[in-house]
Design a protein around this ligand. Sequence first.
Ligand code: SAM
Length: 251
Amino acid sequence: MLTSNSDSELLTIGAKNNFQVVDNITDLNGLYLTKKGDSKLSLQALIDNDEISICVDFISAEISHRLKQGHGKNQALAKAIGLNKRSNLKVVDATAGLGRDAFILASLGCKVLMIERAIPVAELLLDGMHRGKENLAIKSIVERLQLRVEDSINYLQAPIEKPDVIYLDPMFPERKKTAKVKKEMQLLQRLHGVEQDNETLLNAALSCATQRVVVKRPKGAEPFCGKPPTHVIETKKMRYDVYMCLGDCRT
Ligand SMILES: C[S@@+](CC[C@H](N)C(=O)[O-])C[C@H]1O[C@@H](n2cnc3c(N)ncnc32)[C@H](O)[C@@H]1O
Protein backbone atom coordinates (compact mmCIF):
# COMPACT_ATOMS: atom_id res chain seq x y z
CA MET A 1 0.00 0.00 0.00
CA LEU A 2 1.28 3.46 -0.81
CA THR A 3 0.93 5.87 2.06
CA SER A 4 3.21 8.75 1.28
CA ASN A 5 4.05 10.76 -1.76
CA SER A 6 7.57 12.04 -1.81
CA ASP A 7 8.56 13.50 -5.16
CA SER A 8 11.08 10.71 -5.69
CA GLU A 9 8.37 8.09 -5.13
CA LEU A 10 6.15 9.81 -7.71
CA LEU A 11 8.99 9.96 -10.20
CA THR A 12 9.73 6.27 -9.68
CA ILE A 13 6.12 5.24 -10.10
CA GLY A 14 5.76 7.52 -13.13
CA ALA A 15 8.86 6.13 -14.80
CA LYS A 16 7.83 2.53 -14.16
CA ASN A 17 4.42 3.11 -15.69
CA ASN A 18 5.30 5.24 -18.67
CA PHE A 19 3.90 8.40 -17.15
CA GLN A 20 6.06 11.42 -16.83
CA VAL A 21 6.30 13.76 -13.88
CA VAL A 22 7.52 17.05 -15.29
CA ASP A 23 7.93 20.61 -14.04
CA ASN A 24 7.36 22.36 -17.30
CA ILE A 25 4.89 21.32 -19.93
CA THR A 26 5.98 21.70 -23.51
CA ASP A 27 4.34 18.74 -25.20
CA LEU A 28 0.84 17.62 -24.29
CA ASN A 29 0.23 14.99 -26.91
CA GLY A 30 0.19 12.35 -24.19
CA LEU A 31 -0.78 12.47 -20.54
CA TYR A 32 1.49 14.18 -18.06
CA LEU A 33 1.70 14.36 -14.32
CA THR A 34 2.96 17.80 -13.44
CA LYS A 35 3.90 19.50 -10.22
CA LYS A 36 5.25 23.00 -10.08
CA GLY A 37 6.89 24.19 -6.89
CA ASP A 38 4.50 23.75 -3.97
CA SER A 39 1.40 23.49 -6.11
CA LYS A 40 -0.84 20.52 -6.68
CA LEU A 41 0.08 17.50 -8.70
CA SER A 42 -2.13 17.39 -11.76
CA LEU A 43 -2.73 15.06 -14.67
CA GLN A 44 -2.87 16.94 -17.93
CA ALA A 45 -3.50 16.25 -21.56
CA LEU A 46 -4.14 18.23 -24.69
CA ILE A 47 -7.63 17.37 -25.92
CA ASP A 48 -8.96 19.09 -29.05
CA ASN A 49 -6.32 21.79 -28.53
CA ASP A 50 -7.53 22.48 -24.97
CA GLU A 51 -5.24 21.86 -22.03
CA ILE A 52 -7.31 19.69 -19.70
CA SER A 53 -6.11 19.17 -16.18
CA ILE A 54 -7.42 17.19 -13.21
CA CYS A 55 -6.19 17.06 -9.64
CA VAL A 56 -7.38 15.95 -6.21
CA ASP A 57 -8.42 18.93 -4.14
CA PHE A 58 -10.23 18.16 -0.91
CA ILE A 59 -10.49 21.89 -0.18
CA SER A 60 -12.11 22.67 -3.55
CA ALA A 61 -15.22 24.79 -4.00
CA GLU A 62 -17.11 21.71 -5.26
CA ILE A 63 -16.39 19.65 -2.15
CA SER A 64 -17.05 22.60 0.22
CA HIS A 65 -20.39 23.08 -1.53
CA ARG A 66 -21.26 19.39 -1.14
CA LEU A 67 -20.28 19.51 2.55
CA LYS A 68 -22.47 22.60 3.14
CA GLN A 69 -25.42 21.29 1.13
CA GLY A 70 -25.09 17.77 2.45
CA HIS A 71 -27.43 17.96 5.46
CA GLY A 72 -25.23 15.50 7.37
CA LYS A 73 -26.58 12.03 7.95
CA ASN A 74 -29.87 12.83 6.20
CA GLN A 75 -28.25 13.34 2.83
CA ALA A 76 -28.87 10.75 0.12
CA LEU A 77 -25.35 9.29 0.16
CA ALA A 78 -25.45 8.86 3.96
CA LYS A 79 -28.84 7.14 3.77
CA ALA A 80 -27.67 4.94 0.90
CA ILE A 81 -24.76 3.57 2.91
CA GLY A 82 -26.91 3.17 6.05
CA LEU A 83 -25.42 5.93 8.19
CA ASN A 84 -28.87 6.96 9.40
CA LYS A 85 -29.02 3.55 11.16
CA ARG A 86 -25.41 2.97 12.28
CA SER A 87 -22.32 5.07 12.82
CA ASN A 88 -18.61 4.24 12.58
CA LEU A 89 -19.09 2.35 9.34
CA LYS A 90 -16.10 0.84 7.60
CA VAL A 91 -16.43 1.56 3.90
CA VAL A 92 -14.40 0.43 0.91
CA ASP A 93 -14.66 2.86 -1.99
CA ALA A 94 -13.66 0.38 -4.67
CA THR A 95 -13.62 2.95 -7.51
CA ALA A 96 -11.92 5.83 -5.73
CA GLY A 97 -11.21 8.11 -8.73
CA LEU A 98 -10.53 11.64 -7.48
CA GLY A 99 -11.72 10.76 -3.97
CA ARG A 100 -14.64 13.23 -3.81
CA ASP A 101 -17.24 10.71 -2.62
CA ALA A 102 -14.73 9.07 -0.27
CA PHE A 103 -13.99 12.44 1.32
CA ILE A 104 -17.71 13.15 1.86
CA LEU A 105 -18.08 9.70 3.49
CA ALA A 106 -15.07 10.38 5.73
CA SER A 107 -16.55 13.78 6.66
CA LEU A 108 -19.61 11.86 7.90
CA GLY A 109 -17.41 9.81 10.23
CA CYS A 110 -16.79 6.69 8.10
CA LYS A 111 -13.38 5.05 7.88
CA VAL A 112 -12.85 4.78 4.15
CA LEU A 113 -10.41 2.54 2.33
CA MET A 114 -10.09 3.97 -1.18
CA ILE A 115 -8.95 1.58 -3.90
CA GLU A 116 -7.80 2.92 -7.24
CA ARG A 117 -6.13 0.85 -9.94
CA ALA A 118 -5.02 3.65 -12.29
CA ILE A 119 -1.61 4.59 -10.96
CA PRO A 120 -1.60 8.22 -12.17
CA VAL A 121 -5.00 8.76 -10.49
CA ALA A 122 -3.66 7.11 -7.31
CA GLU A 123 -0.75 9.54 -7.41
CA LEU A 124 -3.20 12.44 -7.55
CA LEU A 125 -4.99 10.95 -4.53
CA LEU A 126 -1.75 10.62 -2.59
CA ASP A 127 -0.90 14.22 -3.37
CA GLY A 128 -4.38 15.40 -2.29
CA MET A 129 -4.14 13.40 0.96
CA HIS A 130 -0.69 14.78 1.66
CA ARG A 131 -1.87 18.39 1.21
CA GLY A 132 -5.12 17.70 3.08
CA LYS A 133 -3.22 16.46 6.14
CA GLU A 134 -1.44 19.82 6.27
CA ASN A 135 -4.71 21.72 6.40
CA LEU A 136 -6.06 21.95 9.97
CA ALA A 137 -9.67 22.38 8.79
CA ILE A 138 -9.78 18.97 7.08
CA LYS A 139 -6.84 17.06 8.62
CA SER A 140 -9.06 14.87 10.82
CA ILE A 141 -11.26 13.95 7.83
CA VAL A 142 -8.30 13.06 5.61
CA GLU A 143 -6.90 10.91 8.42
CA ARG A 144 -9.95 8.67 8.06
CA LEU A 145 -8.94 7.93 4.45
CA GLN A 146 -6.57 5.17 3.37
CA LEU A 147 -5.45 4.29 -0.12
CA ARG A 148 -4.59 1.02 -1.82
CA VAL A 149 -3.29 1.07 -5.36
CA GLU A 150 -4.53 -2.11 -6.96
CA ASP A 151 -7.47 -3.66 -8.77
CA SER A 152 -10.40 -3.84 -6.35
CA ILE A 153 -11.44 -7.18 -7.79
CA ASN A 154 -8.23 -8.71 -6.39
CA TYR A 155 -8.54 -6.99 -3.03
CA LEU A 156 -12.23 -7.79 -2.49
CA GLN A 157 -11.58 -11.49 -3.13
CA ALA A 158 -9.12 -11.60 -0.20
CA PRO A 159 -9.65 -8.47 1.93
CA ILE A 160 -7.55 -7.73 5.02
CA GLU A 161 -10.82 -6.99 6.79
CA LYS A 162 -14.37 -7.33 5.41
CA PRO A 163 -15.98 -3.86 5.19
CA ASP A 164 -19.53 -3.04 6.28
CA VAL A 165 -20.21 -1.25 3.01
CA ILE A 166 -18.70 -1.27 -0.46
CA TYR A 167 -19.27 1.81 -2.60
CA LEU A 168 -18.98 1.70 -6.39
CA ASP A 169 -19.04 4.67 -8.75
CA PRO A 170 -18.27 3.18 -12.15
CA MET A 171 -17.64 5.55 -15.05
CA PHE A 172 -20.81 6.39 -16.90
CA PRO A 173 -21.57 8.76 -19.75
CA GLU A 174 -23.05 11.94 -18.26
CA ARG A 175 -26.21 13.16 -19.96
CA LYS A 176 -25.87 16.90 -19.43
CA LYS A 177 -22.24 17.55 -20.06
CA THR A 178 -20.54 20.89 -20.29
CA ALA A 179 -17.70 20.98 -22.80
CA LYS A 180 -15.25 21.00 -19.87
CA VAL A 181 -16.76 17.91 -18.20
CA LYS A 182 -16.82 16.13 -21.58
CA LYS A 183 -13.11 16.78 -21.97
CA GLU A 184 -12.29 15.70 -18.41
CA MET A 185 -14.11 12.45 -19.19
CA GLN A 186 -12.14 12.07 -22.40
CA LEU A 187 -8.94 12.49 -20.39
CA LEU A 188 -10.03 9.77 -17.94
CA GLN A 189 -11.13 7.51 -20.78
CA ARG A 190 -7.78 7.96 -22.48
CA LEU A 191 -6.28 6.73 -19.23
CA HIS A 192 -8.67 3.91 -18.42
CA GLY A 193 -9.91 2.63 -21.78
CA VAL A 194 -13.26 0.86 -21.64
CA GLU A 195 -13.98 -0.89 -18.35
CA GLN A 196 -14.94 -4.44 -19.23
CA ASP A 197 -14.94 -6.15 -15.87
CA ASN A 198 -17.95 -4.46 -14.25
CA GLU A 199 -19.79 -7.69 -13.53
CA THR A 200 -16.78 -9.30 -11.87
CA LEU A 201 -16.34 -6.18 -9.75
CA LEU A 202 -20.01 -6.14 -8.70
CA ASN A 203 -19.93 -9.84 -7.78
CA ALA A 204 -16.68 -9.45 -5.82
CA ALA A 205 -18.28 -6.55 -3.91
CA LEU A 206 -21.49 -8.47 -3.24
CA SER A 207 -19.63 -11.39 -1.74
CA CYS A 208 -17.30 -9.21 0.36
CA ALA A 209 -19.50 -6.54 2.04
CA THR A 210 -21.09 -7.55 5.35
CA GLN A 211 -23.99 -5.05 5.17
CA ARG A 212 -24.53 -3.53 1.76
CA VAL A 213 -23.14 -2.56 -1.62
CA VAL A 214 -24.05 0.87 -2.98
CA VAL A 215 -23.72 1.73 -6.67
CA LYS A 216 -23.96 5.32 -7.93
CA ARG A 217 -25.97 5.51 -11.17
CA PRO A 218 -27.22 8.23 -13.49
CA LYS A 219 -30.94 8.95 -13.17
CA GLY A 220 -32.94 6.75 -15.53
CA ALA A 221 -30.04 4.34 -16.19
CA GLU A 222 -30.43 0.58 -16.13
CA PRO A 223 -29.26 -1.06 -12.88
CA PHE A 224 -25.52 -1.80 -12.92
CA CYS A 225 -24.88 -5.04 -14.87
CA GLY A 226 -28.69 -5.51 -15.11
CA LYS A 227 -28.92 -6.59 -11.45
CA PRO A 228 -31.95 -5.05 -9.69
CA PRO A 229 -31.09 -3.42 -6.33
CA THR A 230 -32.90 -4.08 -3.04
CA HIS A 231 -33.89 -0.42 -2.91
CA VAL A 232 -33.01 2.92 -4.45
CA ILE A 233 -32.25 6.37 -3.01
CA GLU A 234 -32.79 9.13 -5.56
CA THR A 235 -31.65 12.73 -5.77
CA LYS A 236 -32.51 15.38 -8.38
CA LYS A 237 -29.45 14.48 -10.44
CA MET A 238 -28.67 10.82 -9.84
CA ARG A 239 -29.49 7.77 -7.73
CA TYR A 240 -27.86 5.24 -5.43
CA ASP A 241 -28.76 1.58 -5.98
CA VAL A 242 -28.53 -0.31 -2.69
CA TYR A 243 -27.93 -4.09 -2.48
CA MET A 244 -28.54 -5.37 1.04
CA CYS A 245 -26.33 -8.24 2.17
CA LEU A 246 -27.78 -10.94 4.33
CA GLY A 247 -25.10 -13.57 4.13
CA ASP A 248 -24.11 -13.57 0.48
CA CYS A 249 -25.61 -10.60 -1.42
CA ARG A 250 -25.36 -12.38 -4.76
CA THR A 251 -28.28 -14.70 -4.04
C1 SAM B 1 -16.04 7.61 -12.04
S1 SAM B 1 -14.48 7.40 -11.26
C2 SAM B 1 -14.91 7.52 -9.55
C3 SAM B 1 -15.08 8.94 -9.07
C4 SAM B 1 -15.14 9.05 -7.56
N1 SAM B 1 -16.35 8.46 -7.01
C5 SAM B 1 -15.01 10.48 -7.08
O1 SAM B 1 -15.83 10.88 -6.22
O2 SAM B 1 -14.08 11.18 -7.51
C6 SAM B 1 -14.13 5.67 -11.41
C7 SAM B 1 -12.71 5.28 -10.98
O3 SAM B 1 -12.73 3.90 -10.63
C8 SAM B 1 -11.51 3.30 -11.02
N2 SAM B 1 -11.77 1.85 -11.18
C9 SAM B 1 -12.63 1.25 -12.04
N3 SAM B 1 -12.61 -0.08 -11.86
C10 SAM B 1 -11.72 -0.32 -10.86
C11 SAM B 1 -11.26 -1.51 -10.21
N4 SAM B 1 -11.69 -2.73 -10.59
N5 SAM B 1 -10.34 -1.39 -9.23
C12 SAM B 1 -9.89 -0.17 -8.84
N6 SAM B 1 -10.27 0.98 -9.42
C13 SAM B 1 -11.18 0.92 -10.42
C14 SAM B 1 -11.15 4.00 -12.32
O4 SAM B 1 -9.76 3.91 -12.55
C15 SAM B 1 -11.65 5.44 -12.05
O5 SAM B 1 -10.59 6.24 -11.56
